[in-house]
Design a protein. Structure first.
Length: 252
């Protein structure tokens, strides 16, 4: 019997990185996994690698009509939604002076609006039966970084949105838990993209690796295991919490 046996899980950004690692792990633990992503080719490759417990839904997390369609389809076809992992996200390696308003709005739309819409429509379809929502924040939602101005703002917003959703659901008696996960720099395509865009990629890569006192990048599966705990019934008395997976970065 798996830790998520017979649960129905929707994972945004599940085509790559931490979302993909979570999708694999959830399927191994007995869940039926729906990978929701804009990148259909990568998502279908992830589904093929996982096998029969996985399927794909096209989802632009900034589009409310798609959120309604995807969550309603899950309830219609699967009977319910037990778990939502809001893992879709983008980054921007810029400080406050060089970030444009358009760049700010695009990043906020994905990282913060997308998480808001996911929570809103997960609560809508979960409130009769209960469930677990896990929002991917970051250590950048706990401490600042001069070269990640918009990203820090978005992930700080995710952190407090999570607490607001948790309190609302608890006080309404919905039996929906909402928690956030805060990884440090992880070995993902997003980080690779940030490094590739830097003026000195080798220097930036070395700084990311050295940032955590443990002296290495997080691996996606290491973060996914924390997500699994929050998604599972092992964490039934945990809501509004922020779990840090950062190799000691925020301990200093």
């Amino acid at each position: 019997m798996g830790r998520l046996q017979d649960k129905i899980a929707l994972i945004t950004g599940g085509a790559s990185g931490i979302g993909r690692a979570a999708a694999h792990l959830f399927a191994e633990e007995g869940a039926t996994v729906v990978i929701a992503d804009r990148d259909e080719a990568a998502a279908r490759a992830a589904v093929a690698a996982i096998g029969g417990r996985a399927s794909f839904q096209r989802l632009d997390v900034t589009a409310e009509d798609r959120w309604i369609a995807v969550t309603d389809a899950l309830v219609r076809d699967r009977g319910r939604l037990d778990i939502l992992i809001n893992s879709a996200g983008v980054s921007l390696l810029k400080d406050i002076e060089t970030t444009t308003l358009d760049e700010w709005r695009v990043l906020m739309a994905v990282n913060l609006d997308g998480t808001f819409l996911g929570c809103k429509h997960a609560v809508r379809v979960m409130k009769e039966r209960g469930g677990s929502i896990v929002n991917m924040s970051s250590v950048a939602g706990l401490i600042g970084s001069g070269f990640l101005a918009a990203y820090c703002a978005s992930k700080g917003g995710v952190r407090l949105l999570t607490k607001a959703v948790a309190l609302h659901c608890a006080r309404k008696g919905y039996n929906i838990r909402c928690n956030s996960v805060h990884p440090s720099f992880a070995d993902t395509p997003m980080l690779e993209g940030m490094v590739a865009a830097a003026r000195n990629p080798d220097k930036l890569a070395a700084s990311f690796t050295a940032a955590a006192p443990l002296g290495r990048l997080a691996q996606p599966i290491e973060v996914a295991r924390t997500i699994l705990f929050l998604a599972s019934d092992e964490s039934v008395f945990t809501t509004g919490a922020e779990l840090v997976v950062d190799g000691g970065l925020t301990a200093a």
